[in-house]
Design a protein around this ligand. Structure first.
Ligand code: SF4
Ligand code: SF4
Length: 106
C-alpha cells in the first residue's frame, strides 16, 4: 500500500495549510504618519549579527544592498526586535493612541 504524501493527505481530508501570510492579512492596521520605530543606522552599519532580520514575525526588517532597512506599517507590536538587537539601535514605542494594529480579525 502506498503511503500518502502530506499534500495527498491534506487534499483527501479537506485540510488546507495555515500560512502566516494569510493570518497576517486578517489584521487591521491604522497607520500613523509618525513612525513608532526608529533605527540608529550608524550602529546598524557596524552590526554583524543583524538579529532584527530574523526575529521579526512580520518581516519589517530587510537587507537591501547591504544595509538594514525597515518599515513600521506592518508592525505587530511584539517588541521582539528591540529586545533581540542588544545594541540599542532600535528606538521602539507603541504607536500613538488610535493607531497601530488591531488583532480582532486574526
Ligand atoms: S537593529 Fe540591531 S540587530 Fe538590527 S542591524 Fe541594527 S544593530 Fe543589528
Ligand atoms: S515589534 Fe515585533 S513586529 Fe514590530 S517590527 Fe519589532 S519584531 Fe517586528
Amino acid at each position: 500500500m502506498a503511503i500518502d504524501s502530506r499534500r495527498d493527505f491534506r487534499a483527501k481530508n479537506n485540510m488546507n495549510p495555515v500560512r502566516v501570510e494569510h493570518k497576517l492579512a486578517l489584521n487591521k492596521y491604522e497607520v500613523d504618519r509618525e513612525a513608532h520605530i526608529r533605527l540608529k543606522e550608524e550602529i546598524c552599519r557596524e552590526c554583524e549579527l543583524r538579529a532584527c532580520l530574523y526575529v521579526c514575525p512580520a518581516e519589517c526588517y530587510k537587507l537591501r544592498e547591504g544595509k538594514v532597512s525597515y518599515n513600521y506599517e506592518g508592525c505587530l507590536e511584539c517588541g521582539s526586535c528591540q529586545i533581540s538587537c542588544g545594541k540599542g539601535a532600535i528606538e521602539w514605542s507603541y504607536p500613538r493612541g488610535g493607531f497601530g494594529i488591531s488583532f480582532e480579525y486574526g
